[in-house]
Design a protein around this ligand. Sequence first.
Ligand SMILES: [Fe+2]
Length: 370
Amino acid sequence: MLDATLLDNFDAAGAVVHGLPGMAYTSDSFMQLEREQLFANHWVFVDYAHKLPKPGDAKPIEVAGLPLFLLRDQQGQIVAFHNVCRHRNLKLIDATGNCGKLIRCPYHSWSYDLCGVLRNAPYFGGHKDVRPPEFRYEDNGLVPINCEVWHDWIFVNLSPQPMVFDDFIAPIRRQLGRNEVTDYVPVATIDLGEVPCNWKLLMENFIEPYHVQFVHKSTTAQPLEDHYTVIDEHCLGSAVELSAEQVASAREGTLGVTSHYLTLFPNFVMGTYQPDQMGVHLNEPIAAALTRQQRVIYAHKDARYSDAKIEQLIELWRSVHLEDHAMCIRLQQGRYSPLATQGGLLSPHWENSVRKFQERVADAIRPALI
Ligand SMILES: [Fe+2]
C-alpha cells in the first residue's frame, strides 16, 4: 500500500537506520509517484550535447513519463520541447536524426521551424493557404521545456519554477575544485543497455564506497579505509585519496588512482580519475525494474590517449559496470522478499550518503502519500 505508513520504518530514528522499503523499487505506483513528484520537479540529466552536433539534430526523450525531444537549433543551442504536434498531438520526433530546417508532422504536414514556431498548417482552413478565423500560427507553436547544458551534459526541468541552474550545479562544482570540466573531451561511449533493476539502485551503488573492495577487487586498487563519503547539499557520493606510492603500486590495468564519485540528485553521475580522466553515466528510468545506462569516457584535452589506451579503458569500465549490475540485479530481486518491506540497514559510516539520497526521494514523494 502506498499510504502514509510506507515510510514509517524509514523515518524511525536510531543509530543504525533503515533504507527505503522494497516497494519503492518494485511498485509501478511508486514509480508513477516519482515521475509526478520527483522527475517533474528536478533538473533531470537526459543526454550528452556532443551526440547532437549539427543544427537540426533531434532526439526523442522521455522525462517523468512525458514525450519530449531535444534539438540543436539554428544558433547551435540545445533546446527541448514537448514532443507533440499542436494539431492532433501526434508524437513528432520518433527517432534520433536530423530534421533539416523544419520539423514536419508526417500526419497532416504541419511544420515548425527550429525555434518551434509554426510555419505551415496546409489546408487547415479548407484550402492550401486558408486559415480558419481566429487561428493564428503564433499561438500554436511547439511548447518549450526548461533546458540547460553544463559542458557536455543536457538537463531538462519540467517545473514552471525550476531551481536556478547555477545553484543546481554549484555543489558539484565545489567538489570538483580546480578540476575544470571544460578541459575534458569525450573519447568513447559505452552503451550498457537495459539493466533489470530500479534506477535508484544504480545511483545508490555509485554513491557508496563500501562495496568497492569486495565487488571490484579484480578491477580496482582502492582500499576502503582511504575512502570517505561526500554529502554536499544534493551532491552525494564518495571519494578516495591515494598516495603516489599507492598509485605506483596499483596492478596494471586496474583503477588505482585518486577518484571522486559525485552525483547530482536525482540522476547525474560523474566520476573523476586523476590525473586526466572523467566518466559520466546516464541512468534513464524505463520502468520500476528497468533502467537504461550509458557511460561516456572523457579525457583531458592535453592527455592525447592512444586508441589502445581507449580500448583498454572501455574494457575496464565495461567490466566494472557489469560487476555493479550483477549486484544491482540481485538487490532488485531481493526487494520482492517480505523482509525488504523493512528497508534493510544502512551503515552509518559508509552509507550515510545513500541515506541522504533516499531521504531526497522520500521527501519528494511524501506529500503524495495519504
Ligand atoms: Fe561499484
